[in-house]
Design a protein around this ligand. Structure first.
Ligand code: DAH
Length: 333
């Protein structure tokens, strides 16, 4: 009988090892160790044994077998509980890595940043913003600005011609000045306007020149406007844009579409002079081209390069660098 008891215990442990689900292990516990289980049955048979020694020996074997099976049940139940919990945890896991892997945000290009800041500063000084077409007629780009066909100043504007209409009549605008004419034709004075935009020159690019670049034009038309208003506006802009430590000066120069004409320079707090752009009083011919009466209205204009400004501000060595779209460059600003 002792062999039977041990064999029953071996069989019970083997069955437990095969159970893969917690509920089955718990059912097996009742089946093996309950009142109708094999070991309970062995106990009821103890009374039928012949000698006290036999009863003692078999009884001990039954107790040992019961304890062994009980321990095996406990171990198996604990193991299956752990496994089921692990499955549940995996299923209920919340993935927070989405937040960490959010793509980094980009930012505006340095020329766009300069453009936007220029608009902000001029709007702060009371100007409005206008834009004109990049494909222009020869008339707006040159003639209306006092540059008739054989004017020598045209040689300064290496022009891209567009194959449209009469040969030579359509150009990619070489500056933003033609927008002055369009604004005068469209807007009744007083006019306080800036006109930023893209311009084109048919020239070889180098560290300080691009074939496609950006300018900002300014135009003021009102009654009794003088050169003092021009100088004062340039000075106010200089302080508002660059800072209180900066100042400006006008240097006599020549442009066909202003009279008198000047170039304006910015003085840095260290005392260095930075050439920025051109300006001057709008002459009667240009006012008339814009449909205005020079007896009633007077005004000034100015214009300068936005790319150059960004280049100086960020100490970029080569303007071409700004348009390679090399992320290592772009990320710095
Ligand atoms: N249009 C000129 C250029 O591209 C710049 C300029 C000079 C604009 C004088 C003006 C001005 O409005 O008054 O070089």
């Amino acid at each position: 009988m002792i062999d039977d008891v041990r064999a029953a215990a071996d069989a019970a442990v083997a069955r437990l090892a095969e159970v893969a689900v917690l509920a089955e292990a718990q059912a097996l516990e009742t089946e093996l160790l309950g009142k109708k289980g094999p070991f309970a049955e062995f106990k009821t048979r103890l009374g039928g044994l012949a000698t006290v020694d036999e009863k003692k020996a078999v009884g001990q074997a039954v107790n040992e077998a019961t304890q062994r099976v009980a321990a095996a049940v406990q171990a198996r139940v604990a193991e299956l509980k752990r496994a089921e919990r692990a499955v549940q945890l995996e299923a209920e896991r919340i993935d927070l890595t989405e937040v960490l892997s959010r793509p980094s945000r980009g930012h505006a290009h340095i020329v766009t940043q300069a453009w936007q800041r220029l608009e902000d500063v001029f709007v702060g000084l009371g100007f409005q913003v206008a834009e004109g077409p990049e494909v222009e007629t020869d008339w707006y780009n040159f003639e209306a600005l006092n540059m008739p066909p054989d004017h020598p100043a045209r040689s300064m504007h290496d022009t891209f011609y567009v194959d449209h209409g009469t040969p030579g009549s359509t150009v990619l605008r070489t500056h933003t000045s033609p927008v002055q004419i369009r604004v005068m034709q469209r807007v009744a004075p007083p006019i306080y306007m800036i006109m930023p935009g893209r311009v084109f020159r048919n020239e070889t690019t180098d560290a300080t020149h691009l074939a496609v670049f950006h300018q900002i034009e300014g135009l003021v038309i009102d009654r009794g406007i003088t050169l003092a208003d021009l100088a004062g506006t340039i000075e106010s802009f200089t302080k508002a844009f660059f800072g209180e430590g900066f100042s400006s000066r006008l240097r006599p120069s020549y442009f066909p579409f202003t009279e008198p004409s000047a170039e304006f320079d910015i003085r840095t707090p260290k005392g260095d002079w930075l050439e920025l752009g051109g300006c001057g009083m709008v002459p009667p011919t240009v006012l008339r081209a814009g449909g205005l009466d020079p007896e009633e209205w007077s005004g000034f204009a100015f214009g300068f390069g936005i790319d150059r400004m960004a280049k100086e501000r960020h100490a970029v060595g080569d303007v071409r660098e700004m348009y390679t779209n090399d992320i290592r460059f772009v990320e710095q600003f």
